[in-house]
Design a protein around this ligand. Structure first.
Ligand code: ADP
Ligand code: MG
Ligand code: ZN
Length: 607
């Protein structure tokens, strides 16, 4: 079967009329192809690049929303080469500007920047080049501060403009303009003067993060006219997403197995929750013959820069990092991103896993999930002293959504991420992309949604009644519901409770999932306490406990068809020989076992 092909997804979020932009017979069209091959050394355009370049070369204002790694830079670099005069690129990060200019110069494209660190002599040389009759610079990179504060810069811009040598303004990371964006920079807002001062000079805005509000905000601040909007799907069609249950703190065996089987001498990032985890995993990988380095905030800038550089140069392949790693990293051939523990939000997961496969080749995202990591993370969030109660609630909420994502075994992983980014997504696109179909789409026939409203109500009552007597854990409640003969349960008289044993035919995993679902819905609440060395999670009625009593409440969970029998017999509890599964008799909690890898499809596992 044809496993290595995938259908590039070029769906628009918001289809606008771009018929003109699809043309290939403009007077510049053939030069455009030539420059793509000869100057940039690239074979073909990525989705949307040709259309965007056409639009800007036809002097339209453009708004480009394209995911990270989509290839936004080419959309202004190539037109800059083709256009008469100078393109002004405004970018917020000095570090990135330096890299970009180096890259351009390597390709023999005349580029320069005027950031703070450029000396007087160098500045004079650049100014001379800009003052030539045909300016000797094609791309001039600036920070917004520089445009606003430097007299020299504003003078040279005016000079270029008067002679018709100002090709366009490009505003990279344009979401920084908007207060609604996550990275608002006041200096960006000043750019509103560009349209009034330099009439008719086209502006191109580029970003990878924008909601509709940010988009409109950016367009109105810059006073763009008849904007061509290019809104691309945030789907990353070349990344295969998989979530796997994890037993201990580190998924060591699985990670080593994966790398040895699939990623020998391939670049990858492993994300961890804590510095110690980074160190342990890197040590274990090195011991297993996989060269790797830890990367976290506990290392000096100097060491971190060295690690980053060596990794970029393929001197070693696997970087084991806390989330401190990744901002502004552009390594195109990252073949896998592994999350050794759950990220703090769905957005974070999207960004971090999205560092894989920027070159467009098939790449892999693995998330190793267990619930105790969620609790660890919650504790860390609480320890962040500066967080107000409100902020903390926001963090917890984001984390809960990530839990929900991780525990979901039925919905498409792409769909689940994209609805978070405000984009609707057709699952069929994932199913069709054979090489990168997500785990849940691969197992689409293995699960069924089952209504568990009755069970949820019974469990809710148990939690309420038990938590009156003292702190109770999920495991304890599940034990009562199953009718366990544990001494503690009998001593406290729980064997006389209405729902003692009412869930005897369910397996413990399913009971836990119902309880967790109630937590996600705020019907129940969990809270963590340190008991000696270990965190213990207690469970109690939550803010929306009242929902349990409402008549139209409906709780459903996804159940693996192989364990389906256990739930369907709840309406017929005589049928005790159907009582299922390996966990039935044990009283110890056992690791959280999501039935993800036990799916019944015949599809080979990718281990
Ligand atoms: P963005 O700014 O959207 O995050 P970049 O412009 O940095 O993305 O491009 C990401 C990577 O894709 C870079 O390594 C770039 O060289 C590569 N790239 C861009 N366009 C193409 C193309 N048409 N063909 C092949 N590679 C491309
Ligand atoms: Mg970019
Ligand atoms: Zn899918």
């Amino acid at each position: 079967e044809n496993d290595e092909t995938y259908v590039p997804n070029v769906s628009f979020k918001d289809r606008v009329d771009h018929t003109d932009e699809f043309k290939t017979d403009y007077h510049f069209s053939s030069t455009m192809e030539e420059v793509l091959h000869q100057t940039f050394g690239l074979q073909s355009f990525r989705p949307q690049q040709r259309e965007i370049i056409n639009a800007t070369l036809n002097n339209h204002d453009c708004f480009v929303l394209m995911p990270t790694g989509g290839g936004k830079s080419l959309c202004y670099q190539l037109p800059a080469v083709l256009s008469e005069g100078v393109s002004i690129i405004i970018s917020p990060l000095r570090a990135l500007i330096g890299d970009q200019v180096d890259k351009m110069n390597e390709l023999d494209i005349a580029a320069a920047h005027l950031c703070q660190d450029v000396g007087q002599d160098e500045t004079a040389i650049i100014m001379n080049k800009l003052h030539c009759r045909e300016p000797l610079i094609k791309l001039l990179y600036l920070t917004p501060e520089k445009i606003m504060a430097s007299r020299t810069v504003s003078d040279v811009l005016k000079y270029l403009y008067q002679r018709g040598k100002l090709a366009r303004f490009v505003i990279d990371e344009a979401h920084c303009l908007s207060q609604w964006g996550h990275d608002f920079r006041p200096d960006y807002k000043q750019l509103t003067f560009l349209k009034s001062e330099f009439k008719n000079v086209p502006i191109m805005c580029l970003t990878a993060t924008a909601t509709k509000e940010v988009e409109n905000d950016v367009i109105s601040i810059l006073k763009l006219k008849n904007v061509k909007r290019f809104i691309m799907s945030f789907n990353r069609p070349n990344i295969k997403y998989q979530v796997r249950p994890k037993k201990g703190k580190l998924a060591l065996e699985e990670i080593i197995g994966l790398i040895k089987n699939k990623f020998i001498k391939k670049s990858g990032i492993i994300y961890c929750l804590a510095r110690n985890d980074c160190e342990s995993i890197a040590d274990a990988l090195n011991a297993a013959g996989i060269p790797s380095r830890p990367y976290h905030a506990g290392l000096s800038d100097k060491i971190r820069n060295a690690i980053q550089r060596e990794w970029m140069q393929d001197r070693f392949f696997v970087i084991v990092a806390t989330i401190a790693f990744g901002m502004g990293i552009d390594k195109p051939d990252v073949r896998f991103v592994i999350h050794n523990s759950v990220p703090k939000s769905v957005e974070a997961f999207y960004q971090e896993s999205g560092r894989a496969g920027r070159d467009g080749d098939v790449s892999y995202s693995y998330l190793f999930y267990n619930y105790s990591d969620v609790l660890r993370l919650q504790k860390l969030m609480k320890l962040e002293r500066k967080s107000s109660a409100k902020v903390l609630e926001g963090h917890f909420n984001n984390l809960h959504q990530m839990v929900s994502f991780s525990e979901n075994v039925v919905d498409c992983r792409r769909y689940l991420q994209l609805i978070h980014l405000g984009e609707n997504f057709d699952r069929q696109v994932c199913i069709r992309n054979k090489a990168t179909t997500c785990d849940n789409c691969e197992n689409i026939n293995a699960y069924k949604m089952i209504e568990v409203t009755k069970e949820a109500k019974e469990l809710g009552c148990l939690v309420r009644d038990a938590s009156i007597k003292g702190n109770v854990t999920m495991i304890f409640v599940a034990d009562i519901y199953k009718g366990s003969k544990l001494k503690k349960i009998l001593q406290l008289g729980y064997d006389r409770h209405k729902y003692y044993g009412a869930g005897s035919s369910l397996n413990k995993t399913d009971i836990h999932r119902i309880l967790k679902d109630l937590v996600l819905k705020n019907i129940l609440r969990d809270h963590v306490t340190q008991a000696g060395e270990f965190p213990v999670v207690y469970i109690e009625p939550g803010k929306k406990f009242g929902l349990l009593a409402t008549p139209n409440l409906k709780i459903t969970i996804a159940i693996n068809k192989t364990s389906l029998k256990s739930l369907t017999v709840t309406n017929n509890s005589n049928n005790s020989n159907l009582q299922s599964d390996e966990e039935g008799k044990t009283d110890s909690p056992g690791p959280s076992k999501l039935p993800i890898t036990t799916a019944t499809t015949s599809k080979k596992s990718t281990y």
